[in-house]
Ligand binder design. Structure first.
Ligand SMILES: [Mg+2]
Length: 232
């Protein structure tokens, strides 16, 4: 697309493999705390339950029904409760160590480095718009070795507004000195990224990691990052 100059990426699960890094972190905590031995809980079952609960809570945050403190208090607590373990101390131990230790894992989504090198070689200006914390977002980029690809990094917590709200896109485009018609967003969240970008008025490529196969006319979407090359 000749007129596009600025590419805005979502970070979690678009480039930085949050799912895989969370899985590895929780597995380590599970082992350290001897959860399988002490409570007879299977790790894969525990992780599946956590995953569903966590995704649901993040959707509620996105929809402004709960805040992050609520999520932090309940995501592990509700997971343990599902297995009959009512233990606030244990769940808070998981929460605190989860946040500290997830940054020790820095798996990227398959194809990340190839696609960033490709886009850089074509002189696109690359940026991040994440719904995470500014410091965590920057550390993820640095520790996974992709920080130097990006001209600007915007996070919801530094702006006080999260995707899909138009203000965060406005802020990020201003920071990048980009205009709408030269900008495109690539992200994996249907509401925050696709609907957010469309409502704000910029083009978007939906990264359909979970095989949701959305039925929407003229929607650009990819199943693997390498397919970005068919559009850009
Ligand atoms: Mg994402």
């Amino acid at each position: 697309m000749k007129y596009i100059r600025h590419i805005f990426f979502d970070l979690d699960n678009t480039l930085w493999d949050h799912r895989k890094n969370a899985y590895l972190t929780i597995k380590e905590l599970f082992r350290n705390q001897k959860i399988a031995e002490n409570y007879q809980i299977d790790f894969e079952e525990f992780h599946n339950a956590y995953h569903l609960i966590n995704e649901k809570l993040w959707e509620q945050i996105r929809d402004e029904e709960i805040d992050k403190d609520y999520l932090r208090k309940y995501r592990f607590y509700n997971t343990f409760l599902k297995f009959g373990v009512d233990d606030e101390k244990l769940s808070l131990y998981f929460e605190h160590h989860f946040l500290d230790e997830i940054l020790n894992y820095n798996e990227l989504v398959d194809g990340t480095l190839d696609v960033l090198n490709y886009l850089k070689s074509k002189d696109y200006k690359l940026h991040i718009i994440s719904n995470g914390f500014q410091e965590v977002t920057e550390r993820k980029c640095i520790l996974s070795g992709i920080a130097n690809f990006f001209e600007t990094i915007t996070s919801a917590d530094s702006v006080g507004i999260r995707k899909p709200r138009p203000e965060i896109f406005e802020h990020s485009l201003n920071l990048a000195k980009a205009v709408k018609k030269e900008s495109i967003l690539i992200g994996d969240d249907w509401i925050a990224d696709v609907k957010g970008a469309q409502n704000f008025g910029i083009d978007v490529i939906f990264f359909d990691v979970l095989d949701e196969n959305p039925q929407e006319d003229h929607l650009k979407f990819i199943k693997h990052l390498s397919e970005i090359q068919t559009y850009l």
